[in-house]
Design a protein around this ligand. Structure first.
Ligand code: A2P
Length: 329
């Protein structure tokens, strides 16, 4: 299979290359794609060198599938051109996620929605992916009424520039800034742009995308998304109110049985999920599982995942695997 990776020099793009190799995705030819700036540079994939091309050149090479992670602007401009040429696009940007004609997919949650008509498939927001993987089995059993989530998000979610900002600040050096404020030794309650309702776009993504992926607009969601000076993954404190009461042992069992989830919950032995442990893993870690004693039928969880993996690259590759399994690419 001819596979194009658009944004191959970026943080998510290079993680996509790693995941494709690790999972042995049947790549017969890799087409790494980036901007004019990177054209002609070489990239290593499974011991072979490949030359970076521009999006227009990639279309002419007719890949079977293109995994996009080069920002919303690139996706808005080029994904339709790839699709028009018959190339199936899995897009990691937010450009197509809420388009009613496009599917928004987390394979473990709603993989069944994919069909032959889908030429541009949207990969959800990183914070949303790790949350819905955990919500899904609980919703199926107890029906979720409302979710209150607060996030603690890694700088890697912003891209290379943000990682450099953190490292520069730590080394006491001046450099390019990805954030309006210092991120080292700080916490910034602002991810993506502010909306008229006072929420940020990241918070609205978590709300709207959760409803779309879970196929249930009756689930009420509110979010506060926060950037912290961390590298390995995103963490989330999730408070879930159910229609029906639950049994904690059963909740643990449902989560342990959910594909792509690992329960790390042994407070007596100080076992709980942390970004440094999620780093490099494809699974979502969940712990601190406990009843909210301030309200009936309500649960507290702590959910951690590598945002570049399950939150981006792994989920995109899993969508491609599913398309391949269904004979759609
Ligand atoms: P390049 O390295 O040539 O700038 P990150 O979010 O980690 O900063 O990565 C962004 C990715 O998107 C990079 O691979 C970058 O390539 C790529 N990119 C940015 N603009 C374009 C564009 N107009 N066409 C193709 N790729 C682009």
């Amino acid at each position: 299979m001819k596979v194009a990776v658009v944004g191959a020099t970026g943080l998510v793009g290079s993680e996509i290359l790693t995941v494709l190799a690790e999972r042995n995705f049947p790549v017969t030819e890799l087409i790494p794609v980036a901007s004019e700036r990177s054209k002609g540079k070489e990239i290593d994939f499974k011991g072979k060198k490949y030359k970076i091309v521009t999006p227009a050149e990639a279309i002419a090479l007719r890949p079977d599938v293109a995994l996009f992670s080069a920002g919303g602007g690139t996706s808005t401009e080029y994904a339709p051109q790839f699709a028009e040429a018959g190339i199936t696009v899995v897009d990691n940007s937010s450009a197509w996620r809420m388009d009613p004609t496009k599917k928004l997919v987390v394979p473990e949650v709603n993989g069944t929605v994919l069909s032959a008509e889908d030429k541009i498939i949207a990969n959800p927001n990183c914070s949303t992916i790790q949350m819905v993987v955990v919500l899904q089995p609980l919703h199926a059993k107890y029906k979720i009424k409302r979710v209150v989530v607060s996030t603690y998000q890694s700088v890697t979610g912003t891209g290379v520039k943000a990682v450099n900002q953190l490292m520069d600040e730590r080394a006491g050096k001046d450099g390019e800034k990805a954030y309006p404020y210092q991120i080292d030794l700080n916490v910034i309650p602002h991810i993506d742009v502010f909306q008229d309702n006072g929420y940020t776009k990241e918070e609205m993504k978590m709300i709207q995308e959760t409803n779309k992926i879970m196929g249930d607009d009756s689930i009420r969601v509110t979010a506060t998304t926060v950037r912290i000076p961390v590298m390995g993954g995103h963490s989330e404190a999730v408070n879930i109110e159910f229609e029906h009461d639950f049994d904690l042992a059963e909740v643990r069992q449902l989560l342990a049985e959910q594909e792509g989830v690992i329960v790390v919950d042994d407070p007596a032995n100080l076992q709980y999920p942390m970004p440094k442990d999620a780093h490099g893993k494809d699974e979502v870690l969940v712990g601190r599982i406990r009843r909210d004693e301030s309200q009936d039928k309500t649960l507290n969880l702590w959910v951690v995942a590598d945002n570049l993996r399950k939150g981006a690259a792994t989920n995109a590759v899993q969508i491609a695997e599913l398309l391949h399994k269904k004979g759609l690419i």
